[in-house]
Design a protein around this ligand. Structure first.
Ligand code: ADP
Ligand code: ZN
Length: 517
């Protein structure tokens, strides 16, 4: 049977999506693969189809028991013998399963990493004795500290290749930046892996960031026209999910809370009710959502600032899996950013703190964009796209612009004169000709000193931010971020490239200025 025939026979689909076909071919050729595909893109099929075609057992590592059960049920419905192993099963059930495995009656076996390598590797030793043909690692970003959902038990998978040196491993995730990708490959010890990255663009999701003022009223306005629709509302704290769910109920909405602190029965009940459309709104912490396959989520709201773009993009990606227009809206306040900045410091781990702060910085930049949000998001994941999408709030807003080439030249030449060694506050004080002792004497002698005295500090902050959003400046992160030039800066300095800024009046309505973070 060819892959495409199997696709039709077992899954009832007529063609592959994204790079499914190529990924599957690689696995069939016994090659290691890392596949990045957006949520809802169809990752499972990439290992389920080879599992059907190959003669032997496919082991699937997955972090969530709830998820395994759903997958196994739907495989069995399609006539594919699959099973999962978890701690809730009694010894009898486990023995029966072992028997089936020995008789090659199972095609796919789902389990959590700690099962595989727990009790002194008993299970992995047993599985090694079987004809294993493929190992799939779902949610592979969980193995990396740099991923946004690190799970220590995933580190156990570092030993996989020792047990199964010649078995193709397929690692799958919907969320991994460059650093996380590299980490996954290294930790899993993949051999000459082929990396497949599908487009992450979710055309049907419209992105909006609104300044957070009275967020509950803002939310009610937003929900007013969406009374019959399903949505997920993310909050930072467990307490606020419960409070908000209660407030929404009082307003007549059908809403329930979900967070890791609720007992399992309540969590399961609320999740089920949401999946069945008995409850329209789930108010949750980020504990909610992984593996939730609900197609008609019409909106995802973030009441608080997410910690990084990866998490944010995955959460918003839960909207509109059915392809119909959906909304992602985030209420942003600079205060939230300050709060999270405090949390981002990891004790005794300078490098991790630095990375987390950089990621938070990117999240803040996203909120303060005056350029297309979709373009920024895709660029974050190294994907080229049009400069404007026509459907995010920035693209839909008519900004009045003015020629700011001279302003840009002043800023860039200040950064250059200061040898790219100072942060935005120093650069601004320097530009404004501050008499402060903080400005070094030798800098006061430079020609650029004071050339920007006619522009206020908050305006300079905004211009510097816009310049980095446009790619003319970059912030080299860390605890003491410094401003640096980019390969695009030179054209501006030489007068070859015009720069336009958004007129201040139009900005005030949409964005709040902040002390540069
Ligand atoms: P992911 O794990 O990437 O979030 P899933 O594997 O759950 O996504 O797939 C999302 C949905 O897309 C599922 O309902 C799946 O059956 C469907 N799907 C997967 N591949 C195809 C395809 N080639 N054609 C049509 N539908 C597909
Ligand atoms: Zn846009």
């Amino acid at each position: 049977m060819t892959p495409i025939q199997a696709l039709q026979k077992y899954f009832g689909y007529s063609e592959f999506r994204h790079q499914q076909g190529a990924i599957i071919q690689h696995v069939l050729d016994k090659k290691d693969v890392l596949a990045l595909m957006p949520t809802g893109g169809g990752k499972s099929l990439c290992y389920q189809l080879p599992a059907v075609l190959l003669d032997g057992l496919t082991i699937v590592i997955s972090p969530l028991i709830a998820l395994m059960k759903d997958q196994v049920d739907s495989l069995n419905v399609n006539g594919i013998p699959a099973a999962f192993l978890n701690s809730a099963q009694n010894p009898d059930e486990q023995q029966r399963l072992m028997g089936k495995l020995r008789n090659n009656e199972i095609k796919l076996l789902y389990l959590a990493p700690e099962r595989l390598f727990g009790s002194e590797n008993k299970l992995v030793e047993f599985l090694k004795s079987l004809p294993v043909v493929q190992i799939a690692i779902d949610e592979a970003h969980c193995i990396s500290h740099w991923g946004h959902d690190f799970r220590p038990e995933y580190l156990m998978l570092a030993g996989l290749k020792d047990y199964f040196p010649n078995i193709p491993v397929i690692a799958l995730t919907a969320t991994a930046d460059k650093l996380t990708q590299k980490d996954i490959l290294e930790k899993l010890n993949l051999k000459n892996p082929a990396i497949f990255i599908s487009s992450f663009n979710r055309e049907n999701i419209n992105y909006t960031v609104a300044p957070k003022k009275n967020s509950f009223n803002q939310l009610l306005d937003f929900l007013e026209e969406r009374k019959e629709e399903s949505g997920i509302i993310y909050c930072l704290s467990r307490k606020s999910t419960e409070a908000l769910a209660a407030d929404l109920k009082e307003e007549g909405y059908s809403a329930e809370a979900y967070h890791a602190g609720l007992n399992n029965a309540i969590k399961a009940r609320n999740q089920e009710a949401f999946l069945r459309d008995d409850v329209k709104i789930i108010v949750a912490t980020i504990a909610f959502g992984m593996g939730i396959n609900k197609s008609n989520v019409r909106y995802v709201v973030h009441m608080d600032l997410p910690k990084n773009i990866e998490g944010y993009y995955q959460e918003t990606g839960r909207a509109g899996r059915d392809g119909l227009p959906s909304d992602a809206i985030l209420y942003y306040s600079p205060g939230d950013a300050m709060k999270l900045k405090g949390f981002a410091k990891v004790e005794d781990n300078e490098e991790q703190s630095r990375i987390m702060l950089k990621k938070l910085d990117d999240m803040v930049n996203y909120c303060q964009l005056q350029t297309c949000r979709r373009h920024f998001l895709l660029k974050y994941f190294d994907e080229e796209s049009d400069a404007t999408c026509g459907s995010c709030d920035v693209c839909l807003t008519e900004f009045e612009r003015f020629d700011g080439t001279l302003i840009a030249q002043k800023a860039l030449s200040a950064v250059y004169r200061l040898k790219e060694r100072f942060g935005s506050n120093y650069v601004i004080d320097f530009l404004r000709g501050s008499k402060s002792e903080k400005i070094r004497e030798e800098h006061k002698q430079l020609k650029t000193y004071g050339v920007g005295a006619d522009i206020s500090k908050p305006d300079w902050q905004r211009y510097l931010r816009e310049l980095s959003a446009m790619g003319y400046l970059q912030v080299d992160g860390g605890e003491y971020p410094v401003l640096k030039l980019t390969h695009q800066s030179e054209a501006v300095l030489k007068g070859l490239q015009k720069v336009e800024f958004i007129a201040a009046e139009t900005v005030e309505e949409k964005h709040t200025t902040v002390e540069a973070l």
